[in-house]
Design a protein around this ligand. Sequence first.
Ligand SMILES: Cc1cc2nc3c(=O)[nH]c(=O)nc-3n(C[C@H](O)[C@H](O)[C@H](O)COP(=O)(O)OP(=O)(O)OC[C@H]3O[C@@H](n4cnc5c(N)ncnc54)[C@H](O)[C@@H]3O)c2cc1C
Length: 437
Amino acid sequence: MSNLLDLAGIGAGPFNLAVAALMRDKSLSHRFFEAKAEFSWHPGLMLPGAMMQTSYLKDLVTPVDPSNPCSFLMYLVENKRFYDFLHAEQRTVTRREFADYLSWAARRLDSIQMNSRVQSVVDNGEYFELDVHGPNGREQVHTKNLCVAAGKKPNIPECSRSLLSDNCFHALEIALRNPDVSGKRVAVIGGGQTGAEVVINLLNKHWGRPQKVTWVSRRSNYLPLDETPFTNDWFTPEYVDVFRQLSPQRREEVIAEQKLASDGISPDTLKELYQLFYRLVHLEKNSECVSLMPNRELVGMSHRCDYQLQLENRLLGSADGTEWIDADIVILCTGLCEALPPCMAPLQEQIARDREGRLLLDDAFAAKLSGDESGRRLYFLGTGRSSHGIAEPQLSLSAWRAAQVVNDLHGSAEYDNQQTSNFMKWITPQAEQVAVA
Ligand SMILES: Cc1cc2nc3c(=O)[nH]c(=O)nc-3n(C[C@H](O)[C@H](O)[C@H](O)COP(=O)(O)OP(=O)(O)OC[C@H]3O[C@@H](n4cnc5c(N)ncnc54)[C@H](O)[C@@H]3O)c2cc1C
């Protein structure tokens, strides 16, 4: 078949953009399909002042291919702001600037086809058939290999599912909804970075002046993201390699133990929040406008003219800690969860999973298709936390991850992805264990 692609990609968020950037000058044919008409990166959470939690050097390409024309440094140079950027001495950049960089990179890559939603994927045993709804109507695309990086879906607490509305919604869309909270009692559920950013913007009257903001967190406190040097060593290719050697049970334990390395609130945001609360409560004498409730899990919800939220405080033990609060608006900052896009439904049964239903991905992020001996590759990016560890849903390793895919696809080391190990000795070498025994 003459028009059979070597690789098609579903989605053109940062993870597939990295693959596209590294495939740019390679001989294999490739196209990436993106449903949005114009590039945007989490536009619903593009809130004033939001900062990246990852260094701009961990961009789409630099860690594996620093001379690639899609690097962040190239973006600065081409936009004629290299020196100003340098003199601003920023450790991280705003989310807005990073999104602009991603958008700039997407425009330079001919393989990205915007306004093209992959409606379904069928496996005919020799290649994948994609039904793509693009700007010029429907197109059947045939590809030998497929790279799925279609993002995650909002995690909605069970008790809120039937109550979703204009006044009870997930924060992922808040900047697009632009809710009017003037004079309203607002409950923010979730004590991570998104919850923190939403609370800051509520109290800064970005959506009007709320009567009261109640911030509920299941965690024991408003806990910081750990971005210290040794913790950052968990976000390295070498550590992923170590993680891959752990048993499934140890992997789950390690992921739980490392939660705050990827899921806490940036220390700068915490400082900003505390200073804001200090000003409101002590200087503006407005202690009624904010209530912080850590240790509480949202366990029940009902709606009459407003919302009644049942919270369980487990600090003192079990059942005695039940409280109810009322709110006019409920904003769920309850995170995102891994999910395959609906277009992959026809392949669901064929994709190998473990007993808990988690994807079984190999070192190159490829899943096994049951009964398939053809050697075709089906990559999943951003959905392998249980197989590759806490760095998987993050940008930190997106260039390295993309290089793993590109090398695997070519069957050769197109990019030198080998890292020399540093001073961290994560595991006991087998030989030494035997000697001691
Ligand atoms: C607000 C926010 C801030 C974040 N900040 C950081 C950070 O600072 N540092 C960090 O390491 N991580 C961060 N993350 C986590 C992670 O890096 C991002 O979520 C990242 O965008 C994931 O990239 P992705 O390409 O997998 O998915 P997405 O960026 O979600 O992109 C997926 C794309 O696929 C498209 N798509 C879906 N289905 C189809 C289909 N059927 N056909 C065609 N296209 C489709 C979607 O339109 C979307 O554009 C952040 C996450 C969020 C939500």
